[in-house]
Design a protein around this ligand. Structure first.
Ligand code: SAM
Length: 226
């Protein structure tokens, strides 16, 4: 059974997509999508041997070897330009996702949609989209196993989307919609930050530039939580 988190990610793969799932591990997500959509086709990319073997197993158990191609390789290098119209990168840190997108930029030509689910540092990925001609067209939050995750969907567009500091941190759509999980996530974050500021102040690092940055964010969070 697919996790709530990956089900949510899968919901943004359009019917009939040819998509690559980069860092797929078990290949659960592409199997789920292809079993439900007979017109979908997927490339699974994996850097590591164990996950690669697991992915091959899941694909063959599900009888999907003709529609899911499991390939070994680093990031976006597993597909040729134009082979897919959508890329999914889920369950990794935001900075790793950022690196994968930057390193693989040449493979993104002709790509229509990128769906990411960073475990941390979502801002880093939004920043990449806004400076590389992608527009964030949707965002979503999901709670799974006691953790809250953000999903960001970006489509290729002409020109680039300018995002404010707050939009980069909170997400342009999440900031507008403010779902219940938005409050939950940022209340928790606010408490964490207060704790860090208290500790750093106690340790007498009042001039640490990190404090100023955290304080700015704390102020933004307070403003948005109301
Ligand atoms: N996408 C799945 C999910 O969301 O549940 C699996 C996430 S798992 C935590 C991360 C996977 O990414 C691992 O299987 C790892 O081998 C793979 N990985 C890490 N860096 C990679 C890279 N540069 N290219 C391809 N795969 C990578």
């Amino acid at each position: 059974k697919l996790s709530k988190r990956l089900k949510k990610v899968a919901s943004f793969v359009l019917p009939g997509s040819r998509f690559a799932d980069i860092g797929s591990d078990h290949a659960y997500l592409p199997c789920y999508v292809c079993l439900r959509d007979p017109s979908a086709y997927a490339i699974v990319g994996e850097l590591n041997k164990g996950p690669l073997q697991r992915a091959r197993q899941t694909v063959s158990w599900n009888g999907l070897t003709d529609r899911i191609d499991v390939r070994s390789g680093d990031g976006l290098a597993v597909f040729h330009r134009g082979e897919v119209n959508t890329v999914v990168i889920a369950g990794m840190g935001g900075s790793l996702i950022h690196t994968i997108l930057s390193d693989g930029e040449a493979h993104l030509m002709g790509l229509e949609r990128i769906i990411v689910q960073p475990n941390t540092d979502e801002r880093n990925v939004r920043q990449w989209f806004s400076t590389h001609g992608y527009s964030i067209i949707g965002e979503s939050m999901v709670e799974d196993n006691g953790r809250i995750y953000e999903i960001i969907v970006a489509d290729k567009m002409a020109g680039s989307q300018q995002l404010t500091g707050k939009q980069l941190l909170f997400g342009p759509h999440l900031l507008k919609q403010k779902p219940d999980l938005f409050y939950r996530k940022w209340e928790k974050e606010h408490m964490k930050q207060r704790h860090i500021i208290d500790q750093m102040t106690y340790a007498k690092y009042p001039d640490n530039p990190k404090i100023a940055m955290i304080e700015k964010e704390t102020k933004w969070i307070k403003e948005e939580l109301g």
